[in-house]
Design a protein around this ligand. Structure first.
Ligand code: PLP
Length: 390
């Protein structure tokens, strides 16, 4: 347990709650989940499942018809052919990641993770006693790693590579040619397994979603992670899934069989509806995220010392803020992004998340999973708080 700390994302949510309980009005731009409600037809499917008594233990890896629906989704959206034995359904994509990482990593195995990355990857590798090797992406390259960087990072000890596209926190989305460039490198290193976290697949402003599993040579050793949390506004329902070669899927099933068994039966029935009906509600939600993203980018221009790439996916801006390091409002000195996030919370009353939580201590993550009015108010507060720093 000493190897773990509280995730910064959850810490900011907790501190925001504490200030609110003291009567302080905090604008929350730290949220990691859609602020929308689950679409009605999915809720109706869950109500029907309750009435039909879907209330028993489920198969550990999920109902067969759900796993078939997931296979159809992969075929339709990604042109990937899987059969139900490749699929394991879990209690959120977080558990899918835990299953995969704990199944694959032994003590001392090297795991390459490009920065910035989602908090949980490194924590799970630590839990498995693997060795995290961070690979720094830059603003100049829109927070995407290059094939040359990947090539030079891979060593004979590299067991696993973990990344997300669209990326939380940077919003980076790898294009077809960029993903092909990485695939060419992996083809030369047949022992490296890949975890491709595609949970933000539908929240994409750039166009097509490209999975690294589309390359046959890599599909044999790629684990695709996905789930309902982000694309269907279903974070609290807890359903994630992975598609993996059978041997890895079996290992994940075995582990899950001891940890949690199959996830919630009602959620699984509702998930079948979510995955097999038109995505109109998802597209409406993404349309609104795009509108907000455009407004947030206008703010990024206005805040001249924030340097930001345009997010092509997910719902976060990830500006570099190191201009403010060493500055003070007269009573408090900002040393780093942790201090800046705390300053904005305590003095500006707006919550963001420090980039150090995501392996990039020069940045802040600002979420636009909040309504336009709150976003506007949040950025006004940020502007005002920053203007006091000299
Ligand atoms: N992967 C990424 C990149 C995420 O941002 C999140 C949630 O924040 C997850 C996985 C976990 O999703 P779930 O709610 O399905 O556990």
């Amino acid at each position: 347990m000493t190897r773990f700390s509280e995730p910064e994302t959850l810490k900011m949510a907790r501190l925001g709650r504490e200030l609110r309980s003291q009567g302080i009005d905090i604008v929350d731009l730290s949220l990691g989940e859609p602020d929308f409600d689950t679409p009605q037809h999915i809720k109706d499917a869950a109500k029907k499942a309750i009435d039909e008594n879907w209330s028993h233990y489920t198969p550990v890896s999920g109902y067969l018809d759900l796993r078939e629906a997931i296979c159809q989704k992969f075929q339709k959206d990604n042109h990937l052919h899987y059969t139900p034995e490749n699929i394991v359904v879990s209690t959120g994509a977080k558990q899918s990641l835990a299953n995969a990482i704990l199944s694959i990593i032994d003590e001392g195995d090297e795991v390459i993770i490009p920065t910035p990355f989602w908090v949980t990857y490194a924590a799970l590798v630590d839990l498995a006693k693997g060795k995290v090797k961070l690979l720094k992406s830059t603003l100049a390259n829109e927070y995407k790693i290059t094939p040359a960087q990947l090539e030079s990072a891979i060593s004979p000890n590299t067991k696993l590579f973990i990344f997300s596209s669209p990326c939380n926190p940077s919003g980076a989305v790898y294009s077809r040619s960029e993903i092909e460039g990485l695939a060419d490198v992996f083809t030369k290193h047949p022992d490296v397994i890949i975890i491709s976290d595609e949970i933000y697949e539908y929240i994409n402003y750039a166009g097509s979603h490209e999975s690294i599993a589309q390359f046959d040579e890599l599909k044999k050793r790629t684990i695709v992670i996905n789930g309902l949390s982000k694309g269907f506004a279903m974070t609290g329902w807890r359903l994630g899934y992975l598609a993996a070669p059978v041997q890895i899927a079996k290992a994940c099933e075995k582990l899950q069989g001891q940890f949690t068994s199959g996830t919630n039966a009602v959620t699984q029935r509702a998930a079948i509806t979510a995955l097999t009906t038109p995505l109109d509600a998802t597209f409406e939600m993404v349309k609104e995220f795009r509108r907000r993203k455009e407004r947030v980018m206008e703010w990024m221009q206005k805040l001249e010392h924030f340097e930001s790439a345009e997010p092509d996916g997910a719902f976060y801006a990830f500006p570099r803020v190191q201009y403010y390091f060493g500055k003070s409002d007269g009573s408090e000195m900002i040393k780093d992004a942790d201090d800046l996030a705390m300053y904005l919370l305590n003095k500006g009353h707006v919550s963001t998340v420090t980039g150090s939580a995501f392996g990039d201590p020069d940045c802040l993550r600002i979420s636009f999973a909040n309504n336009m009015e709150k976003i506007e108010e949040g950025f006004k507060r940020i502007e005002s708080a920053l203007s006091k720093l000299r």
